[in-house]
Ligand binder design. Structure first.
Ligand code: 5GP
Length: 182
């Protein structure tokens, strides 16, 4: 069982996420409804899987899905500053509208790199949807089109996000007590 004594605070509840998903999917629908044939939703493994699944279930658009995996924190909670593609797209995205779906934007390094990389492959447009945003930590200026929730500078888990591969299956977002990850 996930050890609930390790949580400091529940920052975003299950019902808040559900309500925001309804709003976000409407915003996204409005943007793509006239250009839906070329839409590829790209989930960033593994953290974005739950958010992406719940989002596309609410999007009545003729979309494709694809996934990328990039190197991130590993089992430490400090960014290495290095972005490496561990798994690449399977679709050719030339001329396509790309919606990157990410779990959280922190320094912005990952999304800055990914946006540039996908544009260089000839994507028609590249937009970003993220469940969580930690604006205080931003180092790279990234234009994020759809944001679920802004959260304070805390290390969080749940709703796809892990610590040491655990807690991804929590239906809410919680901050971890510092002694758990430091
Ligand atoms: P960035 O490149 O924006 O610094 O970091 C993005 C990645 O860092 C996210 O996709 C996620 O893997 C990881 N990350 C950043 N903050 C957190 C956090 O609070 N909790 C967890 N579990 N991962 C985080």
């Amino acid at each position: 069982m996930n050890n609930r004594n390790n949580f400091k605070e529940i920052l975003v509840s299950e019902s808040e996420i559900d309500a925001r998903l309804e709003e976000l999917s409407k915003e996204i629908y409005e943007v793509y409804k006239n250009d839906e044939d070329d839409l590829v939703v790209v989930g960033i493994l593994r953290g974005a899987v739950i958010f992406m699944a719940e989002l596309i279930l609410r999007l009545d658009l003729d979309l494709h899905t694809d996934y990328m995996a990039v190197s991130s924190y590993g089992s430490s909670s400090v960014s290495s500053g290095v972005v490496r593609i561990l798994k690449d797209l399977e679709e050719d995205i030339k001329g396509k509208n790309i919606l990157i779906v990410e779990d959280i934007i922190d320094t912005g390094l990952t999304l800055k790199y990914l946006t540039k990389n996908l544009k260089e492959r000839g994507a028609k447009s590249v937009r970003i949807a993220t469940l969580l945003d930690k604006p205080e930590r931003r180092k790279e200026d990234v234009n994020v089109d759809f944001i679920g929730f802004e959260i304070p500078d805390e290390f969080v888990v749940g709703y796809g996000l892990d610590y040491d591969q655990k807690y991804r299956n929590l239906p809410f977002v919680a901050s971890l007590k510092e002694e758990v990850y430091s």
